[in-house]
Write a protein that binds this ligand. Structure first.
Ligand SMILES: O=C(O)Cc1cc(O)ccc1O
Ligand SMILES: [Fe+2]
Length: 467
């Protein structure tokens, strides 16, 4: 007989599976009302509260709403006041007047780890575009944290959905919907408005995040690929209901105080309430946080010739109203086989009307040198609208002379990613100067050594334009 394993993942980390599905979860039997959403008296004395991620009247296929059944409704709190930490506000919030728009290619050394900050105080806006009050645009963050958020605290953003790309360390994200344990090579999306608390079960963390001010991430169309491939819907994991009973009903001494911080219109606000925001006993709907393990991505590529557009590596896309033109695509470059015949296999030289922000989760990237001053895990690059870029000189020489046998790139588990946006992004003061990670000679280092290989065919005079 085979030995049975006694290990089971703690129940609070169980999941529901399926992107964009209708999900429901109850932590106490019978907490979900049957056959109606807001009965006169919901089960077990719970309050029903609707949480809307799209307009009530958004088309059915885009509509995202969830019903919470909770111990107290969210409105039960004192007024918010402006947050007293102004530097935190400027660190997290987009200020269009202070963005730097520069056509230069930029690259950053790995961002520092931190021992003092928690997930929220360790978020740094690096780049962005648009305006959350108009629900347009996005913000790109680096996070680094060394401690858990204070036990009785929660954060939410009314400005957008947050896509988190875990690069180093594990995040235990407690949300109103339940827990998500997010490890390196996993991503998570916390929807606009959802309250969360991040603790660090295994030490310091570092990673990347994108706040999307407009719409929501969805799976890309598969077109001729067919009905499966890339990120498959069933691999997205949604938390199960998990709640605390610290509802503050016993007034007087020992009453709990929960600090709720919110990001609203690019400013921070705070209130203190006497009950936990994590009191949702059951929920059902289509608007919820989720996570996805990038190892599960089914990578598709060229099996004949030519390097395809990186859109074949799209995990999630946040569309703009213009078909095929994203506010943000989240694209990965995972380990894969390259077999193209008579093909320059790394990315081609390129100028793009979209902006390309790249990060490296692990390993190396086939168009760039690693090592000191190179493109390194935990670092980043930005090739803004129409800024020329492509393989550095060394990668070019290597790839244009390589024997074209089948070759696995990133076989060591490498994974780079890209936030590609139709918007021109500005870089914050922190991103450009204060972080002190911008590599001085990125352009020179990468492309300064590019050689001229042009040879005019002997006897060829050109067509009158040879000066
Ligand atoms: O610039 C980059 O490295 C990203 C990228 C990758 C690719 O395979 C094709 C185009 C592209 O912009
Ligand atoms: Fe590119």
């Amino acid at each position: 007989m085979m030995a049975e394993s006694n290990f089971s993942f703690p129940e609070k980390y169980h999941h529901l599976n399926g992107f964009d599905s209708y999900h429901e979860s109850e932590a106490v039997k019978g907490a979900l009302p049957i056959g109606r959403n807001s009965p006169q008296k919901p089960p077990h004395g719970l309050y029903a509260e609707k949480f809307s991620g799209t307009a009530f009247t958004a088309p059915r296929h885009e509509n995202k709403q969830t019903w919470f059944y909770r111990i107290l409704p969210s409105c039960s709190h004192p007024n918010f006041s402006p947050h007293d930490n102004e530097s935190l506000e400027s660190q997290l919030c987009l200020d269009n007047k202070r963005l730097n728009y520069i056509p230069n290619q930029l690259r950053w050394d790995p961002f520092d780890h931190s021992t003092e900050t928690d997930f929220v105080s360790g978020l740094r806006l690096l780049s962005g575009a648009g305006d959350p009050t108009l629900k347009q645009g996005l913000g790109i963050y680096i996070y680094s944290a060394g401690v858990s958020m204070p036990e009785k605290s929660a954060f939410y953003s009314a400005d957008g959905d947050l896509l988190i790309v875990a690069q180093d360390g594990v995040l235990d994200i407690r949300t109103e919907f339940g827990h998500l344990l997010v490890r390196p090579m996993e991503i998570a999306v916390i929807p606009r408005g959802a309250k969360y608390h991040v603790s660090l079960p295994s030490g310091p963390v570092r990673g990347y995040a994108l706040e999307l001010y407009e719409g929501h991430f969805q799976l890309p169309e598969l077109g001729p690929i067919g009905s499966n491939g890339l990120a498959n819907a069933r691999d997205f994991q949604i938390p199960v209901a998990s709640f605390s009973e610290d509802h503050g009903a016993t007034a007087g001494e020992g009453k709990s105080n929960y600090t709720i911080t919110c990001k609203f219109a690019n400013s921070l606000h705070q209130t203190v309430q006497t009950h936990t925001p994590f009191d949702v006993v059951a929920w059902h709907g289509t608007y919820y946080p989720f996570k996805y393990d990038l190892h599960r991505f089914n990578t598709i590529g060229s099996i004949s010739f030519d390097h395809p557009d990186p859109s074949i590596f799209t995990v999630l896309t946040a569309p703009s109203p213009r078909p095929g033109t994203a506010i943000a695509d989240f694209v990965i470059f995972p380990p894969r086989w390259l077999v193209g015949e008579d093909t320059f296999r790394p990315p081609w030289y390129h100028r793009n009307t979209m902006s390309e922000f790249m990060g490296l989760i692990k390993g190396s990237y086939d168009a760039k040198k690693g090592g000191e001053g190179g493109f390194v895990a935990g670092g980043a690059s930005l090739h803004n609208v129409m800024s020329g870029h492509g393989p550095d000189a060394e990668s070019f020489e290597g790839a244009s002379n390589a024997e074209l046998k089948p070759m696995k790139v990133g076989g060591d588990g490498s994974c780079a990613f890209m936030f590609e946006s139709s918007l021109m992004v500005g870089v914050t003061e922190w991103g450009l100067r204060e972080c002190r990670k911008v590599q001085d000679g990125y352009n020179e280092h990468s492309w300064g050594g590019i050689k001229v290989h042009w040879k005019r065919p002997e006897g060829e005079q050109g067509k009158g334009h040879l000066l």
